[in-house]
Design a protein around this ligand. Structure first.
Ligand SMILES: NC(=O)C1=CN([C@@H]2O[C@H](COP(=O)(O)OP(=O)(O)OC[C@H]3O[C@@H](n4cnc5c(N)ncnc54)[C@H](O)[C@@H]3O)[C@@H](O)[C@H]2O)C=CC1
Ligand SMILES: O=C(O)[C@H]1O[C@H](OP(=O)(O)OP(=O)(O)OC[C@H]2O[C@@H](n3ccc(=O)[nH]c3=O)[C@H](O)[C@@H]2O)[C@H](O)[C@@H](O)[C@@H]1O
Length: 464
C-alpha cells in the first residue's frame, strides 16, 4: 500500500511520519508545493527541520529514505498512492464573502483538482484539513466531474486532534481517531481500510466511525469547546483580579468536579495557535449562513473574550508601571503560542508586544525556539511598523535571557517554557532598573521567591 500526503505542514509532516514509523511496509510520500519546506524536511540536521516537535526528528531520521519520502513531485505521489491525505492549510479568508470568518478553501480545492486531473486509478481521498461542514461534498463534486473514466474516489473525513508541542505523543497514543464516511457500501469499505491502518497501533475502540458531516463538525466543535474552557477561566481571572480571589484556586476547586474535569482550565494571557480562533470563526460563519444569529453570537464571544484578555494584560502592564512605558525597556520572555513549539501563529505574545510598542516601549524578546526573522515578520504588519530597520530600533531579539533582561524595567512572561521556572532571578533583579517588575501571563513563577528578592510581581487572575 502507498500513502501520499498533500501538505507538509504541522499536521501532514508529523501525522504521516508516524504512519511511516508504525507501518514500515507502507510507503509514505509527503508532498508540498513549497520547495523550501520540502528541502528543510530533507535536511540531516534536526534543528533545520521545518517544525520543532519533541521526538519528531528521531522518527523522521529513522524512516526517511526507507519508507518515508518528502518531495515536491505532487503528481508522481498522487499517481502512485492508494490513499491520499489532503492536509493543506485552511486559513481564515482575508477578502470576499465571509472575509474574517469563513475558511479559505482555495488550497483544498486546488489539491483536490490536482488529484482529479492526475489520478489514473481509484483512490481513497482523506480530508485531514479542518474544514467547514459539508466540504467533502464539494470535494466529491470536483473529483467526480474532473476525473478519468473508471477512476473512483471515496472521500473520508479524518480530522486531526493533535496539539502542537505534543504532536508525536498525541499521534502515537490518541484519545480517539475519527473517521467519517458516506454510508454507501463503497464509503463503508473505504472507512474500514483507513480504520485498519490506524488499528495497527491505536486500540480498536478508540478508532471511531460516523457520517461525514458529523465527523467534519466534530472537529470544529472540539476546538470550540476547548477554547471555550480557556475563555471561561480567563473571564473568571478578571473577576479574581477585581475581588482578591485566586484563579488557580478557583480552577482547582471547579476541576475536581468530575463533570468539569481539571484539564484546559489554566488561565493565561490568552490562547493562541493557528486553529482555535480560525475554527471558531469558521463555526460562527457556518451558524450565520444557517440563519442562526444567536448561535453565531454565542461562539463569537469566545474569541472576543480572548482578545479582551490579551488587551487587559497589556493594559495592566502599563497601569502598574506608573501609566507610562515610553522609552522603558521590557524583556518579553516567550514568543511561541505555547511551550515546546516554535510556532508563533496567533501567539498572544504578538498582540501584547504590539500594544507595548504602541505605548512607546523598547522590547527585548527571548524565545528558545523562535528566530529573530520570525519575530520581526510577526511584528511587521500594517498598523505597527512595516519597516524592518525602524522596527530594529525598538525591538531586539536576544539569544540569552539574562541579556534580554539586563537594564530592563520589567520582565513579561508570555509563554510557559519550562526553562523560565528555573532562572536565576536574583541575577536578573541585580541587573534591572528599579523598581523591577515581573508580569506573569502564565501563572508559572514562584511569586513568593520573586517578592522576597524585591520584585513587584503581577500575575493573571491574582492580586498579591
Ligand atoms: N497546526 C495544528 O496543530 C493543526 C492543524 N489542523 C488543520 O490541518 C490543516 C493544515 O494545518 P497545518 O499543517 O498547520 O498548515 P501548514 O500551513 O503548516 O501546512 C500546510 C501546507 O500545505 C501546503 N499546500 C497548500 N496547498 C497545497 C497544494 N495544492 N499542494 C501541495 N501542498 C500545498 C502549504 O505549502 C503548506 O506547507 C489545517 O486545516 C488546520 O486547521 C488540525 C489539527 C491540528
Ligand atoms: O486543531 C488544532 O489545531 C488543534 O488545536 C489545539 O491544539 P494547539 O492549538 O496546538 O495547542 P493547545 O494545547 O490546545 O493550546 C492552544 C492555546 O491555548 C492555551 N491554553 C491551553 C490550555 C489552557 O488550559 N490554557 C491555555 O491558555 C495555550 O497556551 C495555547 O496558546 C487543540 O488542543 C488540538 O486538539 C487541535 O487538534
Amino acid at each position: 500500500m502507498k500513502v501520499c500526503c498533500i501538505g507538509a505542514g504541522y499536521v501532514g509532516g508529523p501525522t504521516c511520519t508516524v504512519i511511516a514509523h508504525k507501518c514500515p511496509d507502507i510507503q509514505v510520500t509527503i508532498v508540498d508545493v513549497n520547495p523550501e519546506r520540502i528541502a528543510a524536511w530533507n535536511s540531516d540536521v534536526a534543528s533545520e527541520l521545518p517544525i520543532y516537535e519533541p521526538g519528531l526528528s528521531d522518527l523522521v531520521f529513522e524512516c526517511r529514505g526507507r519508507n518515508l519520502f518528502f518531495s515536491t513531485d505532487v503528481d508522481k505521489a498522487i499517481l502512485e498512492a492508494d490513499i491520499i491525505y489532503v492536509s493543506v492549510n485552511t486559513p481564515t479568508k482575508h477578502s470576499g464573502v465571509g472575509k474574517g470568518f469563513a475558511a479559505d478553501l482555495c488550497y483544498v480545492e486546488s489539491a483536490t483538482r490536482r488529484i482529479a486531473e492526475v489520478a489514473t486509478s481509484s483512490k481513497i481521498v482523506v480530508e485531514k484539513s479542518t474544514v467547514p461542514c459539508r466540504t467533502a461534498e464539494s470535494m466529491r463534486a470536483i473529483l467526480e466531474t474532473n476525473s478519468r473514466e473508471n477512476v473512483r474516489f471515496d472521500i473520508l473525513s479524518n480530522p486531526e486532534f493533535l496539539a502542537e508541542g505534543t504532536a508525536v505523543r498525541d499521534l502515537l497514543d490518541p484519545d480517539r481517531v475519527l473517521i467519517g464516511s458516506l454510508s454507501t457500501p463503497e464509503g463503508l469499505k473505504a472507512q474500514r481500510v483507513l480504520a485498519d491502518l490506524y488499528a495497527r497501533w491505536v486500540p480498536r475502540d478508540r478508532v471511531i466511525t460516523m457520517g461525514l458531516w458529523s465527523s467534519e463538525l466534530s472537529k470544529l466543535a472540539a476546538n470550540a469547546l476547548l477554547a471555550q474552557r480557556i475563555s471561561s477561566v480567563n473571564a473568571l481571572s478578571a473577576i479574581c483580579e477585581a475581588t482578591g480571589a485566586d484563579v488557580d484556586e478557583v480552577a482547582y476547586a471547579c476541576g475536581l468536579d468530575s463533570r468539569i474535569g481539571p484539564k484546559f482550565l489554566k488561565a493565561s494571557v490568552g490562547f493562541g495557535g493557528s486553529c482555535f480562533q480560525k475554527d471558531i470563526l469558521n463555526l460562527v460563519y457556518l451558524a450565520e449562513t444557517l440563519h442562526l444569529p444567536q448561535v453565531a453570537e454565542y461562539w463569537r464571544q469566545v474569541v472576543s473574550m480572548n482578545e479582551y484578555q490579551k488587551q487587559r494584560f497589556a493594559e495592566r502592564i502599563v497601569r502598574c508601571m506608573f501609566n507610562t512605558i515610553t522609552g522603558k525597556r521590557i524583556a518579553l520572555l516567550g514568543w511561541a503560542f505555547k511551550k515546546d513549539t516554535g510556532d508563533t501563529r496567533e501567539s498572544a505574545a504578538i498582540t501584547v508586544a504590539k500594544s507595548l510598542l504602541q505605548e512607546g516601549a523598547k522590547l527585548h524578546v527571548y524565545d528558545p525556539k523562535v528566530s529573530r526573522t520570525r519575530v520581526m515578520l510577526d511584528l511587521a504588519e500594517p498598523g505597527v511598523q512595516s519597516n524592518e530597520a525602524k522596527l530594529g530600533e525598538t525591538v531586539a531579539v536576544c539569544t540569552d535571557i539574562y541579556e534580554a533582561a539586563a537594564n530592563a524595567d520589567a520582565v513579561v512572561v508570555c509563554t510557559e517554557w519550562d526553562e523560565f521556572r528555573t532562572l536565576d532571578w536574583q541575577r536578573i533583579y541585580n541587573n534591572m532598573h528599579k523598581p523591577a517588575f515581573v508580569f506573569d501571563g502564565r501563572l508559572l513563577l514562584d511569586v513568593a521567591q520573586l517578592r522576597e528578592i524585591g520584585f513587584r510581581v503581577e500575575v493573571i487572575g491574582k492580586t498579591l
